[in-house]
Design a protein. Structure first.
Length: 548
């Protein structure tokens, strides 16, 4: 058994190696490196959050393909998402920094690649934070309405007020020490896993009737407004549900400067978070879909489809219980989203890419980027202001920006990894020669889903609408196009003259040299100790008269 001093020595060596790698990449160790491998996995697993992704967007799949696309779509999207995570994980292992995707693109392709990757990543993280907070407010409002029907309504204004309270709580939590956040994410992981188990048990035992296997895996529903001749297009739209549910795992990379053994832990955390989410998410969808009480009622419930299924298939008490599990998971998810987004803003500001960079890269006494936390929460809250007029459209805009922004940011470094070929220097976790086919599938898939989110989801604006509603069209092409024009125009008119990509900190070289001296001195000291121990052993053997 290893002694406590041995573990302490190993921890010091790991910390020294992590800090040395970060310094070689050009940055000093400013944030606390307190997260372990499981905590790193936990933050991505929490942000993916099957309760936050699958359940609020369940109606998208149910309207566009029905149970068939919900189940088979999950089986299609899951494995491909794992491949995308693997392609990113290899790069993360090589360059574990808080800037993550932006840093990778800058190093592999140059400042222009880094600029666009960083801005799409940042906007995507803000949007996913906004969408998560609004989704959690929707479910929390439904729960409060069951508890206090005479006091709490379910209108857009009430949901927005609840969302504002949730945002304030998550802001406060993110101002705490990273150790507290790490423990929250670990708790969240067990909450999600146990929560799925409890929901499945309830949905298997309590309902008196269940749908057939043929219904769950074969029932096709086209409530999109498109004709049945366009059913494959409708199925494509339905894939948006599992695609949106499996985003946000870049959080493992953004937390790499706060993770021990970052080169390995970050890569494994990213991949296993997606694998676990695919498995647990599929089981959760099975339980919900088998319990569908009535097709038309589920369609009419819209964004509250899952709440309707639970309430009708069981009773108010069980529905409240499952809603409580869901709301808890969603609150964990939103808190982790703020953490990830704030680290990205901190890192991007560290390289002077964001207006007011000095403000956003400032850290508090507990090594938390306080101003970046506040900025992410305020920006996400502001993005959801349109939900006061139309909740469905506001949420759809948030999810579309989130998926497209993050997907583009995912794709650009992977493209550059393919272009680098054998010149790429892998970290301790590598795909080897398999990167060739894994990375190409990842890029092709991302291009496919980006197109899906840009296409109209109904000829009349929203699923089930009998006539065209201009206020309900898919605004994703406008938002993405506007972002591209803004970032592109800003870069070519101004930023290209002064933005040089990652800025190597002046203290990095000196700190790295100091670490290397300390390491060499420690190694020399250990060798000296070993030599002394050997000489003492030889002397004792000579005194005892034994040759061995």
């Amino acid at each position: 058994m290893s002694s406590p001093s041995t573990y302490l020595t190993r921890d010091r060596e790991t910390a020294r190696a992590d800090e040395a790698l970060l310094l070689r990449l050009g940055y000093s160790q400013v944030l606390y490196r307190k997260m372990g491998g499981f905590s790193n996995f936990a933050i991505s697993f929490t942000i993916i959050s099957i309760f936050t992704g699958y359940l609020p967007s369940y109606y998208i799949g149910f309207h566009n393909g029905g149970p068939a696309i919900i189940m088979w779509g999950s089986l299609i999207v899951g494995p491909v998402s794992v491949l995308v995570a693997m392609a990113m994980a290899e790069i993360a292992s090589s360059m574990p920094t808080a800037g993550a995707l932006y840093f990778w693109a800058s190093k592999l392709g140059g400042p222009a690649w880094g600029w666009f990757t960083g801005w799409f990543n940042l906007v995507g993280l803000i949007a996913v934070c906004a969408a998560v907070q609004y989704a959690s407010a929707t479910f929390a409002t439904a729960l409060l309405n069951l508890w206090f029907p005479s006091l709490v309504g379910t209108d857009n204004v009430t949901i927005f007020i609840v969302m504002s309270v949730i945002a304030a709580v998550q802001l406060s939590l993110n101002l705490l020490n990273v150790n507290v956040l790490a423990q929250l994410n670990v708790l969240s992981t067990w909450w999600h896993m146990a929560g799925v188990g409890l929901v499945v048990v309830v949905m298997v035992i309590v309902p008196t009737e269940h749908q057939s296997v043929a219904f769950v895996f074969g029932e096709v529903i086209n409530n999109s407004g498109f004709s049945d001749s366009a059913i494959w297009y409708v199925f494509g739209i339905g894939l948006l549900m599992p695609v949106y549910s499996l985003v946000g795992y870049d959080a493992s990379a953004h937390m790499s400067e706060e993770t021990r053994s970052a080169s390995r832990s970050t890569a494994l955390g990213m991949v296993w978070a997606v694998v676990a989410s695919v498995v647990f998410g599929f089981v959760l969808l099975l339980a919900v879909t088998f319990a569908v009480p009535d097709v038309q009622g589920t369609l009419d419930a819209g964004g509250q489809a899952v709440v309707y299924i639970w309430a009708e298939a069981t009773n108010d008490a069980w529905a409240e219980f499952m809603l409580l599990i869901t709301v808890g998971a969603q609150l964990f998810c939103g808190t982790a989203c703020v953490t990830s987004g704030s680290r990205m803003l901190f890192a991007f500001s560290r390289d002077h890419a964001v207006p007011g960079s000095r403000l956003w890269r400032r850290v508090g006494a507990n090594r938390v980027p306080v101003n970046s936390v506040i900025a992410i929460v305020v920006a996400a809250w502001a993005l959801m202001i349109p939900t006061l007029a139309n909740g469905v459209v506001g949420y759809a805009v948030g999810t579309s920006i989130a998926v497209i922004g993050l997907s583009i940011a995912f794709a650009l470094p992977i493209i550059l990894r393919i272009r680098a070929g054998e010149k790429f220097e892998p970290g301790v976790w590598s795909l080897g020669k398999h990167y060739k086919w894994i990375s190409r599938i990842a890029v092709a898939w991302i291009a496919f889903i980006c197109v899906l989110f840009l296409l109209p989801i109904s000829p009349n604006g929203i699923p089930g609408a009998e006539e065209f509603a201009f206020e309900s069209v898919n605004y994703a092409p406008l938002t993405v196009g506007g972002a591209l024009l803004l970032f592109g125009g800003w870069y070519f008119l101004s930023a290209r003259k002064w933005f040089t990509g990652p800025v190597r900190e002046e203290t990095a070289d000196a700190e790295l040299a100091a670490i290397q001296r300390a390491a060499s001195q420690s190694q020399a000291y250990q060798q000296h100790q070993q030599q002394q121990a050997y000489q003492q052993q030889q002397h004792q053997q000579q005194q005892s008269g034994h040759p061995f």
